[in-house]
Design a protein around this ligand. Sequence first.
Ligand SMILES: [Zn+2]
Ligand SMILES: [Zn+2]
Length: 339
Amino acid sequence: MTQQRRYRAMQVTRPGVFELVERDVPTPARGEVRLRVEACGVCHTDKWTVDGDVMPIEYPRVPGHEVVGRIDALGEGVTGWAVGQRVGVGFLAGPCGRCGACRHGDFTRCTEQACTGVQHDGGYADMMVALATGLVAIPDTLDAVEAAPLLCAGITMFKALRKSKAKPGDTVAIHGIGGLGHLGVQFARKMGFRTVAVSRGADKEAAALRLGAHHYIDTEAADVAEALQAMGGASVIVSTVPVPKAMSALIGGLAPHGQLMVVGAAAETIEVSPFALVKNDVSIHGSLTGTTAESEDSLAFSALQDIHALVETVPLADAAEGYARMMRNDARYRVVLTM
Ligand SMILES: [Zn+2]
Ligand SMILES: [Zn+2]
């Protein structure tokens, strides 16, 4: 068999412009592995790379940080991983192991860590080079297309719920039923919470209940805070909608000592009256993706509890269309590129 010399990559050449190109197959450097990509999820955060409006991007850049593939080559010094092994790569490209955060065990906040598909080329491609410290082992029971969204959307929801103070039987609301929320509803249900899906419009209700929600609140038809209080208040609300105004409206729905967990990042301000915080001893928390080990926990929990990402597959060559579909909020629920 002849060695493949070229591979396809869907790069962003300049802000807003995708281009399918052929590149020379890269050689992984020390500490890196080369993957043959099988699937890559399309995440809202890919906008950072596509638009270049959050941080400076060195173009051309290949987006994509929900990557599943097989190891194709090992760089020097890589141990514990083998050629042919199924692996995933998420948003955080791999911790350094040396900085203050890493030495305190807080790998998510490694100050030397890059973001996959932002500072390094990501998974909108047939091949990708990744740091071995950023690899996640993929269980055989999960296929590549289904596993991909679990590496960003899935771990984000799993971690936010797992680190929240909610206990089995507590009321937990998931705000937004999209790429993150549709997994959040499934996790919340399978973790044993009384699960409330919160979204806009009556048309999402049936799907939310099918995903496992016990209740649905349509924010166009009801005051969400009142509706949650009518259920006794939520111990935890996880908000996936990056609209601070909509988050502010949730706070009144928290039970005493409740937590609003924010996972939908936005630059604008969440408004809350100190009175509302003080009266009920409620708090607002942020949560950012997770470590590679937490991702493996999330994948194992998904396999154990029969949790499935619902996806629309799009061939790599049509990535621009898939991305636009995600941005329009038309995808049900995650777009996944196949190679
Ligand atoms: Zn993401
Ligand atoms: Zn570090």
